[in-house]
Design a protein around this ligand. Structure first.
Ligand SMILES: Cc1cc2nc3c(=O)[nH]c(=O)nc-3n(C[C@H](O)[C@H](O)[C@H](O)COP(=O)(O)OP(=O)(O)OC[C@H]3O[C@@H](n4cnc5c(N)ncnc54)[C@H](O)[C@@H]3O)c2cc1C
Length: 272
């Protein structure tokens, strides 16, 4: 295998696993960039009674089985959070921390995030708001930064930022922060108090799909797809909850399958 994946999948839930299995069956090289299985919607379902083949099964068991099956079938599992996708002509680069992975086609199967963006987050992303301490920390050496997040990853990132010389204010509560500024973010509002700073690092499990891939179209919060799960961006397909309602397991698995077949067809057409 060369160092470019035929297909990279963002999200290892039901849709992503289904897509990976089908693409592997078609002989494609497949990488799956994903948060841990515990973050999938299915893992949180107590009992599932509408999935054919299982009269009653816990969501956790099914999610773990999906994940294991995908791994054993040969998918390269890239543990981490995809931060951004960059089109490079006839391929794509996906940033995970400060590592870039390349692929010929991309399947977005990132589920939905129920977390709302903070006011100012989208506006200042890349201008004093960052999702990645490893990538952007060095730009703020000797400067004052805020770190929002209550995960173990957030705690590690705070330590890392301190170790490279940033002055770090940690905010661990799950409250509504606001980010303000002129040409770039310079103020964090927390419980009515204003904190002056140079950058706000926001460490969440997911990145809203609306910020992940440039050029996608959205309707009612879901990625707009055609019947073959292709999107407005050639070479990018989407499947599962991230394409909108119904948010159901059967739909996620079915769309994952269609997205993979369409991605394979796309690769065959362009001769890859
Ligand atoms: C409590 C609950 C009960 C349910 N019960 C049922 C039921 O009984 N029957 C039924 O049909 N459906 C049920 N559902 C719905 C069903 O589980 C979902 O529709 C389906 O599992 C969605 O799969 P998905 O792959 O699209 O998304 P997800 O399972 O959400 O998978 C997406 C994965 O991508 C990861 N991810 C997101 N962004 C990134 C990123 N930037 N980088 C890396 N990884 C990323 C996420 O962390 C997650 O691991 C239930 C859902 C819930 C929450």
């Amino acid at each position: 295998m060369d160092n470019i994946f035929d297909i990279l999948i963002i999200g290892g839930g039901a849709a992503g696993c289904s897509a990976a299995l089908t693409a592997l069956n078609r002989g494609k090289s497949v990488g799956v960039i994903t948060n841990p299985v515990e973050t999938t919607a299915l893992y949180k379902a107590e009992w599932v009674t509408n999935y054919p083949g299982f009269a009653s099964v816990s969501g956790r068991e099914l999610a773990e089985n999906f994940f294991e099956q995908m791994e054993k079938a040969g998918a390269v599992i890239i543990k981490g959070r995809a931060l951004s996708v960059m089109p490079f002509g006839d391929s794509f680069g996906v940033a995970v921390g400060n590592v870039f992975y390349q692929c010929r086609t991309l399947i977005v199967a990132a589920g939905i995030t129920r977390e709302k963006l903070y006011p100012g987050e989208a506006e200042f992303l890349g201008r004093g708001v960052s999702y990645c301490a490893t990538c952007d920390g060095m730009l703020y050496r000797g400067k004052k930064v805020a770190l929002l997040g209550n995960s173990a990853e957030a705690a590690e990132d705070a330590e890392f930022l301190r170790s490279i010389g940033c002055e770090v204010m940690e905010f661990r509560e799950n409250v509504r922060y606001e980010i303000k500024g002129e040409s770039k973010a310079d103020t964090l509002v927390y419980k009515g108090e204003e904190y002056k700073l140079d950058c706000v690092f926001i460490i969440k499990d997911t990145v809203s799909v609306t910020h992940l891939v440039p050029g996608l179209e959205y309707e009612n919060g879901g990625i707009v797809t055609n019947k073959d799960m292709s999107t407005a961006v050639p070479g990018v397909f989407a499947a599962g909850d991230c394409t909108g309602k119904p948010l159901q397991l059967g739909k996620a698995v079915g769309e994952g399958n269609i997205a993979a077949l369409s991605a394979c067809g796309y690769l065959d057409k362009v001769g890859k």
